[in-house]
Design a protein around this ligand. Structure first.
Ligand code: MTE
Ligand code: MO
Length: 341
């Protein structure tokens, strides 16, 4: 999103990579058999960086990925998708999590020591039952669902990811919202000692911390909105927002706030991080909409990061509400989506 201070954007990765280097990398990937799940959990972050075009000057390290734990879950038919899922090694190493740095390769590199246990999340504000959730104990008692969702970043790339979690509505209902609860605000942990991007404006991409997001209450109650604790059958790795994050498949990825510590119900529309940073570029709603371009690039199509990873990824047309019209169009009936972008 903050592309001006970076040497390249995700959009033009293939274009700016010299063709020979690009081919070499392709060859390397094939030669190593990375098409299979050769690197799931024990992969070296440094090595992944070198493969995925992170910091090319850095030597591979032996740094191990933080441990993730297998989860038990159901697979509701309604949320299975018959399209190729993005390779796990890619979805867990090509990330946006500016708290750990603004480069796609920073989160996997710098989040491995992030302390996600214990973790508490409060739910407060316009509710009759404000309370604090001990996330790991709570998680044990949840009927987790696997949902394969399409993920569309505002930067015009997309993935397909099998998430594990529960409907956000469950958690909101448990707090008993009052009649004044019109919006839901979310907040990421603020801990500059652990999050290097919060300690330095330069490393953190110039956005304000803590990262905050928000939804209208009816959006938050929509069955698609998912409070997510896992992916690929396991707990979330830190770079993907452990231990608990939002996933909102009809909205641009930045609405999917990571590592949540506070949920607050209010009667007013809450501020959101990217809107505060650049209001003309990122709205409160941020619904995927191929007809409303970002001021600096088209949103009509997207680069698909599929099973093969970043290499040879193709473009496909972007769909209204990222293909989830049937489930969410009603929420915005009568609204001018150019105005409420
Ligand atoms: N706290 C926080 N949440 C965040 C971000 C961030 O920088 N900080 N980046 C957002 C963006 S732009 C995207 S595309 C998704 C990426 O999620 P993923 O890395 O799990 O694919 O996380 C979103 N949630
Ligand atoms: Mo994004």
């Amino acid at each position: 999103m903050r592309i001006h201070n970076k040497k390249k954007s995700a959009l033009s990765e293939n274009k700016v990579t010299p063709e020979s280097v690009y081919r070499q990398r392709r060859h390397l990937v094939q030669g190593l058999g990375l098409g299979a799940a050769a690197f799931s959990n024990g992969a070296s972050a440094g090595f992944l960086d070198s493969l995925f075009g992170g910091d090319k000057e850095t030597q591979p390290t032996t740094r191990a990925m933080a441990k993730t734990v297998p989860l038990t879950f159901t697979q509701p038919k309604a949320y299975q998708l018959d399209i190729p899922v993005t390779a796990e090694r890619v979805a867990t190493s090509y990330n946006n999590f500016y708290e750990f740095g603004a480069d796609k390769s920073d989160p996997v590199r710098y989040a491995q020591q992030f302390k996600t246990r214990p973790w508490t999340m409060t739910i407060s504000g316009e509710v009759d039952n404000p309370h604090t959730i001990d996330v790991w104990a709570w998680l044990e008692k949840q009927q987790l669902e696997e949902r394969i969702y399409r993920h569309r970043c505002v930067e015009a790339w997309s993935m397909v990811i099998p998430w594990l979690g529960v409907p956000l509505a469950n958690v909101i209902k448990a707090a008993n919202p009052t009649s004044k609860a019109k919006y839901v605000a979310f907040e990421t942990l603020y801990d500059p000692e652990q999050m290097r991007g919060q300690a330095s404006r330069f490393i953190g991409g110039g956005i304000e911390y803590p990262y905050v997001e928000g939804l209208r209450i009816d959006e938050a109650m929509n069955p698609l909105a998912m409070l997510t604790v896992g992916m690929y059958g396991k707990t979330l790795p830190p770079q993907n927002g452990a231990p608990v994050r939002l996933v909102l498949p009809w909205k641009y990825g930045f609405k999917g706030i990571k590592s949540i510590v506070h949920i607050h119900l209010t009667d007013k529309q809450p501020p959101t991080t990217w809107n505060k940073s650049a209001a003309s570029e990122y709205g409160f709603y941020a619904n995927v909409n191929p007809q409303v371009d970002h001021p600096r690039w088209s949103q009509a199509s997207e680069r698909v990061i599929a099973e093969g990873g970043l290499f040879g990824s193709e473009r496909q047309p972007t769909l209204m509400f990222n293909g989830y019209q049937e489930e969410v169009a009603e929420l915005y009936r009568g609204m001018d989506l150019r105005k409420f972008y």
